[in-house]
Design a protein around this ligand. Structure first.
Ligand code: ADP
Ligand code: ZN
Ligand code: ZN
Length: 725
């Protein structure tokens, strides 16, 4: 008798253990470790994952049989099972939840015949001897002569009507096979000298089959994607597969097209908009090796592949590679793990890499490859920084500097478009002096303190430090210090007052919920039906506007004042991205940045050619203040429908952490204290090594859960979170 050790899909901690079932005769050979099966548990039908098979069991009770296999074609490889175990530990979720994250929800596949290739069957060969002249006969003759042929090629060449090949398949005159593997020769000659040098280094690594890791640091338009494509060709020529991860927002039709033009049917795209049925088709094609290039957003990093040889993470600095809901994980970490497990080369690419990745190139964990020049040599737009303190001194109290008003006027006159960019949607908590730009920071944490109107106090959302709100600026003595924030809507109203005749549109998270609507707004801009588009950072990405005369950031400070240790890095990256939107057309546009803190590092170095210097300075500060990548940070977020409960649970965790003698901040209410009806408190744990931190937090949470867990309280833990709001 064969026994299966099964992890049930029920997502509770208490059931995070294995149950033994027996494999009935009828299912023998159809169940393997990694299979998803149906069983009966406490009288109810449940599903679970087979983790182990063995021919004996220590379990003495009555053993029920497995009732069925959910999907025989989809099995987790041992690599993905290891990954699920890793995810349970890293993401602080039950093993069952980790397995179901890695094991995708797949629907029924619709076999896409037109992607298949065909050969003549034995029946077909016999039929051919007696068949009269007709289109079917032509098809069979062609197959007899040419051997295996792609469905589409055959249909096109012989100009066959729709149903003919279908009928031949049904009558078993021809046989279906996966499409012919394409051959994609590397085209070195298409690359520039600089690109070739980078490519050769990657090729050497692919050839050696060592799991090397690269950062491809190349300015926007330097040809990073061209290099990815040649590297993928090289990888495929070795019979292996490639995975390209992109931020969801960059996974556009244009991007998919670009890869499909080269790799045709061998490319599959995986993102949140594809149906479960299609996902299953993709999964099977990747596992069988029929598809060889996977283009996908974050969750695609778990895809089962037959032989993964290359993993690319483009725009690696993007926060969308992190999943912050349970199980919280960083797609980049998973990409590195998969590289190691598969002996695959990993490439992170970016014009503005993250501080953490940059540090990895300093320590030798990753090798840096650099492309300094834009292909075709077009220039960076002129960037002008406007000091809003000076505007105030000159008596201008509006949101728009005089220079901005002048430039908008000129664009409207020339019939060119304007993009107005607000760094983030209305974070209004920061306390800023409009006369000198001073913001009140927490002395201990080096993050901006947040103003709380009701108590009229300033609070630090990392350590809990608080003090009465100041009336005059501690730096310059001005009384123009107050809480500061502007939403896109307010900008729109103010702009209509100044430019009543301009056609103004606004795109932000609310408006753009409907994809179609967002596209409509962008089309209006492209076709010249809109003069000025106001938006949040989402307009800065992925979209090319050919005739933009001016890109302006209204208040670069908004991003800087967010109480998050990454806010300076994000602001700097966003400024560079925004500037990249100008000057795409023939006549270069200009870029203007309004700020109350022109001396802030993010603004001083917020240009593509200065980004490297920014990283150096930022790393020094991170080191001094004890933030990643020098110290590891974990956030424990406690949520409850009543604030009192969230606070009480957070204090219990505090006690548990104190017993562990760990170094932590809080508990304090998070900056966004209430989201979707849940009150949020957090604790921030720090330490030199993530492994130790994780163990400590696991123990603290277990201690908390065993003693006095409070019903209705939700705990989630994130390692080095992308945001601490
Ligand atoms: P990145 O990914 O670094 O932003 P891309 O690969 O998209 O850069 O290149 C920017 C533009 O330059 C694209 O239109 C691309 O086709 C073109 N390009 C880059 N390198 C070459 C090359 N060697 N030959 C022809 N066109 C190139
Ligand atoms: Zn001041
Ligand atoms: Zn603090």
């Amino acid at each position: 008798m064969i026994y299966a050790e099964i992890l049930l899909e029920i997502h509770t901690k208490e059931l995070d253990r294995l149950f033994t079932y027996k494999v009935p005769e009828a299912l023998a050979g159809r169940i393997r470790p990694g299979s998803r099966v149906r069983v009966s548990f406490r009288g109810r039908p449940e599903t679970g994952y087979v983790l182990k098979l063995s021919d004996q069991t220590e379990f003495g009770g009555r053993i029920l049989p497995v009732s069925g296999v959910v999907d025989e074609d989809v099995i987790l490889s041992s690599e993905l099972m290891d990954l699920a175990e890793w995810l349970a530990d890293y993401g602080f979720v039950s093993r069952a939840q980790a397995y179901s994250t890695v094991f995708p929800t797949l629907g029924n596949t619709r076999f896409d015949r037109e992607k298949a290739s065909l050969t003549l069957s034995e029946v077909g060969r016999q039929a051919l001897e007696t068949m009269r002249r007709c289109p079917s006969r032509k098809a069979l003759e062609a197959l007899a002569e040419n051997g295996r042929t792609d469905w589409q090629d055959l249909a096109r060449e012989l100009e066959l009507g729709r149903g003919i090949l279908d009928r031949l398949v049904k009558e078993r005159l021809v046989q279906l096979h996966p499409p012919l593997p394409g051959v994609f020769p590397v085209d070195l000659g298409s690359l520039t000298q600089a690109q070739q040098k980078v490519f050769r280094r990657i090729q050497g690594s692919l050839e050696a089959g060592t799991p090397e890791r690269f950062l491809l640091f190349g300015v926007t338009g330097s040809g990073k994607t061209e290099i990815y494509i040649e590297a993928i060709k090289d990888c495929l020529s070795r019979g292996r597969q490639a995975m390209v991860l992109l931020p969801e927002i960059a996974l556009t039709e244009e991007m998919i097209d670009r890869y499909q033009r080269v790799f045709g049917d061998r490319v599959v795209a995986w993102h949140s908009r594809i149906s479960p049925g299609r996902k299953k088709d993709i999964w099977q094609r990747l596992q069988s090796g029929e598809a060889s290039v996977l283009l996908g957003a974050r969750s695609a990093v778990f895809a089962g592949m037959q032989d993964l040889g290359l993993v690319i993470v483009d725009e690696e600095q993007e926060s969308s590679f992190r999943q912050s809901t349970a199980p919280a994980y960083d797609g980049r970490e998973v990409a590195l793990l998969r590289g190691r497990a598969n002996q695959a080369v990993v490439i992170f690419g970016s014009a503005t890499p993250s501080t953490e990745t940059w540090q990895r190139t300093q320590t030798g964990e990753m090798e840096r490859l650099t492309l300094n020049d834009r292909f075709g040599g077009s220039n960076l737009p002129q960037i002008q920084v406007v000091d809003m303190r000076e505007e105030l001194r000159q008596g201008n109290h509006t949101l728009f500097s005089r220079e901005l008003t002048r430039l908008i006027d000129r664009c409207l006159h020339d019939g060119r478009q304007v993009l107005l960019f607000l760094n983030r949607r209305g974070y209004s908590g920061a306390f800023v002096c409009r006369a000198c730009g001073h913001t009140v920071q927490c002395g201990q944490c080096d993050i901006p303190m947040t103003y709380h109107r009701v108590e009229d106090r300033l609070k630090c959302h990392y350590c809990g430090e608080h003090k009465p709100a100041v009336r005059t600026c501690p730096a310059c003595g001005s009384d123009k210090i107050r809480s500061f924030g502007t939403g896109t809507q307010k900008v729109e109203e103010a702009l209509r007052d100044v430019f009543p005749k301009a056609r103004i549109a606004r795109i932000d998270a609310d408006v753009s919920m409907a994809r179609g609507h967002r596209k409509g707004l962008i089309d209006d801009l492209k076709s010249g039906r809109t003069d000025i588009l106001i938006g949040t950072q989402m307009i800065a990405k992925g979209i090319d506007f050919p005739d933009v005369g001016l890109v302006a950031v209204l208040a670069a400070d908004l991003g800087l004042n967010i109480p998050d240790f990454r806010s300076r890095e994000k602001t700097c990256q966003q400024l560079i991205q925004v500037a990249g939107r100008a000057g795409r057309g023939k006549v270069p546009g200009s870029c203007l940045i309004q700020t109350y803190q022109p001396e802030n590092l993010a603004i001083v170095y917020g240009r593509e050619d200065r980004y490297q210097s920014f990283l150096q300075r930022e790393l020094e500060d991170r080191k001094a203040m004890g933030y990643p990548p020098f110290r590891q940070v974990m956030r424990i977020l406690v949520q409850a429908p009543e604030e009192e409960k969230a606070a009480r649970a957070a204090r219990l965790l505090e006690k548990a952490l104190e017993e562990e003698k760990s170094d932590f901040l809080g508990p304090v209410p998070a900056a966004y204290v209430k989201i979707k009806g849940m009150y949020r408190w957090h604790l921030i744990v720090r330490g030199p090594r993530l492994e130790e931190l994780k163990e400590m937090v696991h123990r603290a949470i277990r201690g908390y859960a065993e003693n006095e867990s409070i019903p209705g309280v939700l705990l989630s833990v994130e390692c080095n979170p992308g945001s601490m709001l």
